[in-house]
Design a protein around this ligand. Structure first.
Ligand SMILES: [Zn+2]
Length: 411
């Protein structure tokens, strides 16, 4: 793979050229097969800043080209030996040319989507700048996903500035470089390209993501559904963790030890609560009818100990999967909701509740923090996260931690 960056004032344009051994069908770190649609994209910064360190440009490019790279990657400007080593040990690729020193920085930024998880992270770090990445259309790829209102989410992110937060909204069409299964990040870490390109200007020494207990330790919603300490996307000693650390921007998962119920509670209690939005379709309000709205309403109703407020019925297509037996994506939160929502038998989750037979006691672990998630927070921020978790949430007992570590063992 050959990688070329060109700058035109606020916009960085990435072009990448496959080597003969590369293929336009690739696999990203979570195992999803993805197909390449086009070999260029752009990242438009909100303001003019000096060029970032070459390692930052290289990592930003790698979040986009990694799935299609077989055995070598050639950057158009030299990278540090430390970064080349992380690419070699993580992916088995020869990376170069190599020259110059690695970088360091000191501040933490939050990769900020406007969703509950990243709002919870922002609430934990009131001084941290927020970096939002807004999807925009690609000039060579028709946008068949206009229902995805990235403009609305970017507007909500921008409104966080009203609370005094430092916010940057960076625009990119990078999600359109892949055609299958749909536009999206080639690797999950591509959401951080804006933060990476601004990392020197903001003096960043770490990037915090809103990945919570389910995504970090329970196999996420889609793929593994089992205890995953070795999670290749997010483990501190995994390939991506080592790569980001080599660029002087280690991955920080402040809510990696708590469930979506806890991040939702924290987000709705925060000063950013009026800007929280998990629905990708709504405009002035969430749509109330998509699968995400239905899933999050179950969790919110559970957190608030009230009946669900939804017009979605069990017969609706978005509720179909809840009529079938488990396993479900995000199953721990379905158990949590079914155990707590009054009148669950009147909702689209009635069948799931029957299958799962979860109780408040069997899901109590989801109200506490999993201690190993704190241990893997990089040192500059570990004590702050630990203090927050101990004071505001509480740590899991050894028995509760075992619920995490045996998750999915019976499947
Ligand atoms: Zn919705």
């Amino acid at each position: 793979m050959r990688v070329l960056w060109a700058r035109d004032d606020l916009t960085w344009r990435l072009q990448f050229l496959l080597d003969p051994e590369d293929s336009d069908t690739g696999t990203c770190a979570d195992g999803q097969r993805i197909e390449l649609r086009t070999n260029s994209c752009g990242v438009r910064l909100a303001e003019s800043i000096p060029d970032p360190h070459n390692d930052l440009l290289a990592v930003a490019a790698w979040t986009i080209v990694a799935p299609w790279t077989k055995s070598r990657v050639t950057f158009d400007r030299p990278i540090s030996a430390r970064l080349a080593e992380a690419l070699c040990s993580g992916w088995g690729v020869d990376a170069g040319p190599v020259s110059g020193d690695a970088r360091t920085g000191s501040r933490l930024a939050v990769s900020y989507s406007s969703g509950a998880d990243s709002v919870a992270v922002a609430a934990m770090f009131p001084e941290a700048p927020l970096a939002h990445l807004q999807r925009v259309s690609h000039r060579r790829v028709p946008n068949r996903w206009t229902h995805y209102r990235s403009d609305v989410l970017a507007g909500l992110a921008g409104l966080a500035a009203k609370t005094g937060r430092e916010v940057s909204v960076v625009q990119s069409d990078l999600e359109f470089v892949l055609s299958f299964p749909r536009p999206g990040y080639p690797e999950h870490q591509a959401v951080a390209v804006g933060a990476l390109l601004q990392a020197d200007a903001l003096d960043l020494g770490g990037i915090a993501f809103g990945y919570e207990l389910g995504s970090r330790w329970l196999g996420g919603g889609r793929y593994l559904l089992r205890y995953t300490p070795e999670n290749p996307m997010w483990a501190q000693d995994g390939a991506w963790g080592r790569l980001f650390a080599a660029a002087g921007t280690p991955i920080v998962l402040p809510v990696g030890g708590v469930s979506e119920a806890t991040t939702m509670r924290l987000s709705l209690e925060s000063e950013l609560r009026d800007q929280v939005r998990w629905c990708l379709r709504g405009t002035t309000t969430p749509c109330g009818t998509c699968g995400k709205c239905l899933y999050k309403e179950l969790i919110q109703a559970a957190v608030e100990r009230r009946p669900m407020r939804t017009s979605v019925t069990a017969a609706a297509p978005v509720a179909k999967k809840w009529q079938e037996p488990p396993p479900y994506g995000g199953q721990e939160m379905i158990e949590y909701g079914c155990a707590r929502v009054p009148g669950i038998e009147e909702t689209p989750f009635a069948r799931a509740a029957e299958f799962l037979q979860a109780t408040v006691a069997s899901t109590a672990w989801l109200d506490r923090c999993y201690p190993p998630a704190i241990d893997e927070i990089p040192e500059p921020w570990r004590d702050q996260v630990r203090a927050y978790m101990v004071d505001s949430i509480g740590l899991m007992t050894p028995d509760e931690a075992r619920q995490v570590e045996t998750w999915g063992a019976d499947r």
